[in-house]
Design a protein. Structure first.
Lengths: 416, 412
């Protein structure tokens, strides 16, 4: 192949890489890692088949968000406000703040529990993490922050190494990935709950807001969009490969040795220690810390952006505090509240997280339907509306997600 | 006269001459071709389809709309590009607040209704961008109208008078029909225009730069981030882009063209006037991070034999940037640079004084001097301008202090 053309293509790709890759990776946050660990510990390799449909769904949804960002140059909440009016936007934003607040809490909890494994007190670690996160965003520019985020994404490789160290049965894992689910599995209630959990942890409303906003902020144009699509696709693949390795690592150890009960993601790391060795333990704990801190830094951003854009407040990280007070206050509040509740003794953490997951489930169908309507709006998207076949897949994804949502809410409420 | 909010009118029931409810208000239209603020007609959704009720046929406006014509006489609504539909084109959309110099989102629109003879005159007076409009729309239909009005009266309004509103419209032909010319925006300081433009989506940026005066566009473009400059210039057709680039400072124009693809910068150069093209091409040949890449070729140079009056004459004719005026350069035989006179010295000397008498030793550097050394020279000699001379000591261009500040701020 012509080397120069290849190099130009690579250059084009590198110019747009970032938003898709980062968004997909944050998806593997503390909650996600726990869900994957639990899936492996309780059901072994038998849930690996879900990874393929989940990847497809993730790509379809993310691709729409990034395409809308590139074509319209506007954020998702901007578009929702312009097309669906003020009232809808207001309640959507209210719900988004509620669910993301819970997500931020969950991820600061991940920071705390991963470092508690090494004997560090949460009363030192959590405030420190909150300050680091706050300073990172308030002091950084989009470009510098993106570099740090990309580095954090690369750090997920440690889960892949942990998977290798667990010495899984590669053949069985590969077969389980490409085979249909067994009927015996489907009749099992716990199995179904776990499938719902896996899907639910993969596609979250905030991701679409974040992705579209950062595509806009990066200034990606429709002409660069072909390269940008690869950013999304590779990001989704990498994310789900990491998830696959987490499941495999836990299946090869915890499931094989009959230890299916883990309380959280840090617990999974602890349980791995005697079975897969010190290195696997360290990688799992370090991976959790990275993922939690990463997600805790990112989540408040799209929340503040979406709310301020949708409701018409000044927003943007390039503005000063007094120029965009609503934006910075909301951002600060999310971090302070998210980190603060962890320092309150006997705080009903689990309940908060369950409630936020339920709100998450309620918001998601709306966001997905709005996205589909917008992505099919010819006046808005011109020649870039969904292709017909693509649309069929997209609608199918959305319908499945919507059907799973009430089921997910019910199981969440039961467990909580 | 009384003020009514657009959100209160939308969905209000409409009665015809017989007093029967015939439908509900779906849209309110202004025809800018006829009158910039007057409401031309309402679009009413009736059981027979969408009908047009002209304002001249309205007797009352609140709480229900009453017309003194029969529903049978209302025309069918035919969509047209030339009318501004307040709900579709304004409500929830972004506009430019020319007075506050920023981009804001419209929460509601305030309409003034005044009885004139037998009918009503309705005019758009302001857009609401504050909490009042937001709460009104949130509570509409949930809280009783009376309570809501009492509540809203206690919220301080945040409105932008209609004359300070510039609409964003990306379709050029519609822009003409709706008479959108960004007149208010054009009068702002170029740096403010640039700030506003940075808050817009790419298509809207393009719309602004297609419409506003070339000179204003050029100055605003210079104030923008280089990446945004490139994306705007790429979106314009090369004819329009050339018109704007011609008006830019040659050094800024050269920096911009250097960032474009060769194809594109070539096309723009081809469309430019020969004189400007030559200046810019010369600058393009130098490295961007050297003295020559940062200099402008628009400066004031007079023969060393000239008097103060000649310098003032040259100042009056000068068309380049104001920063370049800080120093008047003196040239001797063969256009060699021999001295420099600060503007202050000109101001305090008599018109007949010889420039060579008030001249000071000049500071100059070679075209290939790296930009860091340029900044060091400015610092050391407290300069406002620095001369760039070629190997024969001829004046090739000057660097101004504002260029150095920009350079230091964007070091990466």
């Amino acid at each position: 192949m012509d080397f120069r053309r290849w190099r130009t293509r690579l250059g084009l790709f590198l110019a747009v890489v970032g938003p898709g890759f980062i968004t997909a990776n944050v998806d593997n946050d503390a909650g996600g890692i726990y869900t994957y660990s639990l899936a492996g510990a309780q059901f072994g390799y038998s849930l690996l088949w879900t990874m393929i449909p989940i990847t497809v769904a993730l790509i379809v949804v993310q691709e729409m968000a990034s395409r809308m960002g590139a074509v319209t140059g506007k954020g998702l909440s901007d578009l929702i406000r312009e097309e669906f009016g003020f009232r809808v936007t207001f309640f959507l934003m209210l719900a988004l703040v509620a669910t993301n607040c819970g997500n931020v809490v969950a991820n600061f909890a991940g920071v705390a529990s991963s470092l508690e494994l090494f004997g560090w007190s949460r009363y030192i670690v959590v405030p420190l993490a909150a300050v680091v996160v706050w300073l990172l965003i308030v002091q950084g520019t989009y470009r510098s922050v993106e570099k740090i985020f990309l580095a954090a994404s690369a750090f997920y490789v440690c889960y892949i190494i942990a998977g290798l160290l667990a010495h899984p049965d590669w053949k069985a894992a590969a077969v389980a990935t490409f085979s249909r689910p067994t009927t015996a599995g489907i009749r099992n209630y716990g199995y179904i709950v776990m499938v719902i959990g896996l899907v639910g942890t993969t596609i979250a409303p905030w991701m679409q807001f974040y992705l579209q906003a950062s595509v806009v902020e990066k200034g990606i144009t429709p002409r660069q969009y072909r390269a940008s699509r690869w950013d999304v696709i590779l990001g989704c693949f990498f994310t789900d490969i990491v998830a696959w390795f987490i499941i495999v690592a836990c299946a090869a150890t915890l499931y094989a040795k009959g230890q299916p009960d883990i309380k959280d993601a840090a617990d999974a790391a602890e349980a791995l220690r005697p079975l897969a060795g010190n290195w696997a333990y360290l990688l799992f704990a370090g991976g959790l810390f990275n993922a939690s801190l990463f997600a805790a830094s990112i989540l408040p951003i799209p929340t503040s952006y979406a709310v301020c854009e949708g409701l018409g407040f000044e927003s943007g990280l390039d503005k000063k505090f007094h120029e965009a007070p609503a934006f910075y206050w909301l951002y600060t509040l999310l971090i302070v509240a998210g980190a603060g509740v962890l320092l309150v003794p006997r705080f009903p953490l689990v309940h908060i997280i369950v409630v936020s997951q339920v709100v998450n489930g309620i918001v998601l169908p709306f966001v997905l339907v709005f996205m589909l309507l917008l992505a099919n709006d010819r006046e808005l998207m011109c020649a870039h509306i969904n292709a017909r076949r693509y649309n069929a897949v997209a609608w199918l994804t959305v319908v499945v997600m919507i059907a799973l949502t009430p089921a997910m809410i019910i199981t969440q409420l039961r467990n909580g | 006269m009384s003020l009514v909010a657009l959100s209160e009118l939308l969905g209000a029931s409409v009665r015809d001459a017989s007093g029967t409810v015939r439908g509900r208000v779906r849209e309110i239209a202004v025809a800018p071709q006829d009158h910039p603020t007057r409401i031309a007609f309402l679009i009413v959704r009736t059981s027979a389809g969408e009908r047009v009720v002209p304002t001249s046929a309205l007797r009352a406006f609140v709480p229900t709309v009453r017309a003194h014509s029969d529903a049978a006489n209302w025309d069918r609504y035919a969509p047209s590009d030339g009318v501004l539909l307040l709900k579709r084109d304004l409500l929830d959309q972004q506009i430019i607040d020319v007075h506050g110099r920023k981009v804001v989102r419209v929460n509601d629109v305030e309409i003034d209704s005044t009885p004139v003879n037998s009918h009503l005159a309705l005019n758009v007076v302001a857009v609401d961008v504050g909490a009042r409009g937001a709460i009104r729309r949130l509570a509409k239909g949930i809280v009783p109208t009376f309570t809501l009005r009492a509540l809203l009266d206690r919220i301080p309004p945040r409105v932008i008078p209609w004359q300070y509103v510039d609409l964003l419209e990306t379709d050029p032909s519609r822009r003409v029909k709706l008479k959108i010319a960004y007149e208010g925006l054009s009068k702002l300081h170029p740096a403010d225009i640039a700030d506003i433009v940075e808050d817009l989506a790419p298509a809207e940026r393009e719309a602004v730069f297609e419409t506003i005066d070339e000179e204003v566009a050029a100055e605003a473009l210079e104030e923008l981030d280089p990446k945004v400059q490139v994306s705007i210039v790429e979106s314009l057709d090369s004819d329009r882009a050339a018109d704007i680039v011609e008006e830019m400072d040659p050094d800024a124009a050269a920096d911009l063209l250097a960032d474009l693809t060769e194809d594109h910068s070539g096309q723009i150069l081809k469309e430019m006037q020969p004189e400007e093209r030559q200046e810019v091409t010369q600058l393009l040949e130098f490295g961007e991070r050297t003295a020559a890449g940062r200099m402008t070729t628009e400066f004031i140079a007079v023969p060393e034999t000239a008097v103060v009056d000649d310098a003032i004459e040259a100042l009056k004719k000068f068309e380049g940037s104001r920063e370049a005026l800080a120093t008047i350069y003196l040239t001797g035989a063969g256009h060699r640079l021999v001295g420099s006179v600060p503007l202050v010295r000109i101001a305090i000397s008599s018109p007949a004084a010889q420039l060579s008498d008030i001249s000071e030793p000049y500071v100059a550097c070679a075209p290939d001097t790296p930009q860091d050394e340029v900044a060091a020279l400015f610092d050391k000699y407290n300069l406002l301008t620095l001369a760039v001379v070629d190997q024969h000591e001829r004046l090739a261009g000057i660097i101004t202090a504002d260029d150095v500040i920009t350079m230091l701020r964007h070091k990466d």
